[in-house]
Design a protein around this ligand. Structure first.
Ligand code: SAH
Length: 252
């Protein structure tokens, strides 16, 4: 009789391999099969055991991703064949990562699942850019939202941004113009500070700042590419953030 394998949904963090948890690194170093998505940095994949089978489910250049049900089926099939599977996901598996859907599919098939958290990119970006997401003088609420999903315009973001609040938008590069309009229509003033953090926690990181009203132009002018996060609120303009950017430029 075959012993069913376990599926480990593992957070790979925002990029730099040394931001992995020890548990993630241990699992990755032992796994025979690693199923990863396009956001996982090559630096992280390099930790996999020599000879491990690495399966990418996102061919980002062709903008082609394996449909979610096929990813679920692949994980279940391999585990039922007796293999442990490390399913490696950028950031944290349960933050906009569809980890919940994969865990459900495994449980439904009788496959045991373990989840290993990762540094979600909002936290990675905040640390790398030295933007405090909360600050006693500036913000006591943080929200994470997806800028690209069904019915963006119908989504109610009222109250998520503004005085004393920080809004972090994932997957918002393409929809940046609509996001800025939406927030201003909800009552935010055009001068609310924003920061765009591209490639957070990677060597190519860029931190761009400006007012909310200039978000669309900033993204276009600087040719911002995914992966990037948009941070909206007073914390985005704090002095410590400006100093971090200076330090970054001085080192490059
Ligand atoms: N599970 C991931 C998020 C997946 S959604 C996490 O917890 O971070 C994909 C979005 O994450 C991207 O569109 C981008 O907004 C953000 N993202 C992921 N890695 C990033 C990085 N290194 N720098 C900036 N944004 C990143």
């Amino acid at each position: 009789m075959i012993t069913v394998g376990t599926v480990y949904l593992v957070g790979a963090g925002p990029g730099a391999a040394d931001l992995l948890t020890l548990r993630a690194a241990r699992l990755l170093g032992a796994a025979e099969l690693v199923v990863h998505d396009g956001l996982v940095d090559p630096e992280v994949l390099a930790i996999a055991r020599p000879g491990a089978r690495l399966v990418s489910v996102a061919k980002s250049r062709a903008r082609h991703t394996l449909p979610q049900h096929e990813i679920n089926a692949l994980l279940v099939r391999e585990a039922l064949a007796g293999r442990d599977v490390v399913r490696l996901k950028g950031g944290d598996p349960l933050v906009f990562g569809r980890g919940g859907e994969e865990a459900e599919a495994c449980r439904a098939a009788g496959v045991p699942v373990e989840i290993v958290p990762g540094v979600t990119s909002a936290l990675g970006a905040a640390a790398a850019a030295q933007i405090p997401l909360t600050h006693r003088d500036a913000a006591s609420i943080v929200s994470f939202v997806a800028g690209q999903c069904k019915g963006l315009t119908e989504q109610n973001w009222a109250g998520l941004a503004g005085k004393g609040r920080t809004l972090v938008i994932y997957m918002g590069v393409k929809t940046a113009p609509r996001i800025a309009e939406k927030l201003m229509a909800d009552g935010l003033t055009p001068d609310v500070p924003i920061a765009v953090v591209e490639n957070a926690a990677r060597p190519a990181m860029r931190v761009l700042r400006g007012p909310l009203a200039g978000l669309a132009q900033l993204v276009e002018r600087e040719r911002v590419k995914s992966p990037a996060l948009i941070i909206i609120g007073d914390v985005a303009a704090r002095e410590d953030a400006a100093l971090a950017q200076f330090a970054l430029e001085a080192h490059s």
